[in-house]
Ligand binder design. Structure first.
Ligand SMILES: NC(=O)c1ccc[n+]([C@@H]2O[C@H](COP(=O)([O-])OP(=O)(O)OC[C@H]3O[C@@H](n4cnc5c(N)ncnc54)[C@H](OP(=O)(O)O)[C@@H]3O)[C@@H](O)[C@H]2O)c1
Length: 247
């Protein structure tokens, strides 16, 4: 039996870093992807791909390299955690074309392309488990978060399309693939610091997030990370499902 392999985007810090730690504890090989490396992590079963997911040429090249290195060959279980995302805070009236495009690339275009890359690259017999890190913002509109809300909603729909293709697209028939759209809750990471530091004129609900922080209501990343690791190890998942941490 080969060791399972997981590819985790946004592995340098926050929830992604905690997912890496959880997977390594459970004997996974992990390939992490981010611009920065996870601080202080040297582990024989962790390898890092330095990549800016906003740079489509770099993404193509780096993932071609991963495929060519044979990292996925002979694996019976492969996980993909589409975790990296950005939250640019701008109201619709002041949003810039560049920022909108960047959020869509990092939060939707590349994760959806990675769904396809995994299907093309993994052995046909491998059990594929994908966790797309979602958010309550996929279904609840937040003023100032237009690109983030729209991108998370789009990623959730892309996951549903992939699941539908399992039964209807020839190359996907018979694949053992399950995708979970996973909302981690309000987690104590750099993204929450960005939210608390936002300009209230662009993000009128900022104070609510300051209060959550002051009340000690933010979740430690280890909790949702453990659940992500558990989902990647599961056999009994439907092709598409949604989870919220703690439910
Ligand atoms: N924190 C929360 O309360 C919360 C709530 C709901 C959902 N989420 C979701 O959880 C996931 C992780 O969020 P987080 O809170 O852990 O965020 P975070 O602390 O800001 O970390 C984001 C991660 O994404 C990577 N990343 C960002 N831009 C990138 C780029 N252009 N290329 C490559 N990597 C990039 C960062 O790595 P580098 O900077 O090193 O590249 C970092 O590892 C996201 O999908 C987020 O939407 C978070």
């Amino acid at each position: 039996m080969t060791r399972p392999l997981a590819i985790v985007t946004g592995s340098s810090r926050g929830i992604g870093r905690a997912v890496v730690d959880a997977l390594l504890t459970h004997d996974w090989d992990v390939t992490g992807v981010a611009r920065g490396e996870p601080e202080g992590l040297t582990h024989p079963h962790y390898s890092h791909v330095t990549c800016d997911l906003d740079d489509l040429d770099a993404v193509t090249q780096k993932f071609e390299q991963v495929a060519a290195q044979g990292q996925l060959a002979d694996r019976s279980r492969i996980g993909l955690v589409n975790n990296a995302a950005i939250l640019d805070i701008e109201s619709v009236a002041s949003s810039s074309l560049q920022n909108l495009d960047r959020s869509m690339r990092v939060n939707v275009t590349v994760p959806v392309w990675l769904h396809g890359w995994l299907c093309r690259t993994a052995p046909a017999s491998a059990r594929l488990r994908i966790v797309d890190v979602s958010s309550g913002a996929a279904t609840s509109p937040y003023p100032g978060w237009v690109a983030y809300c729209a991108s998370k909603a789009a990623l959730d729909m892309a996951g549903q399309v992939l699941a539908e293709e399992l039964g209807e697209v020839d190359s996907m028939r018979g694949r053992d693939l399950a995708l979970v759209s996973f909302a981690p809750g309000v987690v104590a990471t750099g993204m929450q610091e960005t939210i608390r530091g936002a300009d209230e004129r662009e993000f009128p609900r900022r104070q609510r997030f300051v209060e959550l922080h002051e009340e000690g209501a933010l979740i430690d990343a280890a909790g949702p990370a453990a659940e992500v690791a558990e989902l990647l190890g599961r056999d009994d998942l439907p092709p598409f499902s949604r989870r919220r941490f703690g439910d």
